[in-house]
Design a protein around this ligand. Structure first.
Ligand code: AMP
Length: 139
């Protein structure tokens, strides 16, 4: 994987406002926050997308996400928030090192805005698709 700005942060070559670190995970404030407290949580493993990430790193992130959310709610006083994780340029990923955004949603104008063009799931198509995904998972 190509070196990213997050690799440089992990190596201490450029600074960040660190909020959490353990053997597998680093969390720091986003430099372009959508709202106060906007935080990024990254694995130390250098993988571009979530599908490439090893289970141990994924579990380590999953373990700490709720704690980070609780801390951010406490510090910002904002109870509502989004957790966002983009994969691929078409899906709005700009830094190609896995990261989860925690984005407080203080009001309508701050935080994450979401376009949600929902369609309806056809029963037969849903059944066939779910079967294919289960087969891909090997379950
Ligand atoms: P994404 O579009 O999901 O790839 O988001 C990348 C995020 O990284 C953006 O929200 C940027 O503001 C943030 N970002 C880029 N460089 C830095 C940096 N040096 N320190 C903190 N956050 C950064």
């Amino acid at each position: 994987m190509a070196d990213t700005i997050f690799s440089k942060i992990l190596r201490g070559e450029i600074p960040c406002h660190k909020v959490y670190e353990d053997d597998l995970v680093l969390a720091f404030l986003d430099i372009g926050p959508l709202s106060e407290g906007h935080t990024l949580v990254i694995p130390k493993a250098e993988k571009a997308t979530l599908a490439e990430l090893d289970d141990e790193s994924a579990a380590a992130i999953g373990r700490v996400l709720p704690r980070l959310c609780r801390a951010l709610v406490e510090v910002t006083g904002v109870k509502e928030y989004n957790v966002l994780q983009n994969n691929g340029a078409g899906a709005h990923q700009a830094v190609f090192h896995v990261h989860f955004h925690i984005i407080p949603k203080p009001d309508r104008d701050q935080g994450l805005g979401i376009k949600w063009p929902a369609r309806s799931l056809d029963g037969d198509e849903g059944k066939a698709l779910a079967e294919k995904v289960r087969a891909a998972l090997g379950d």
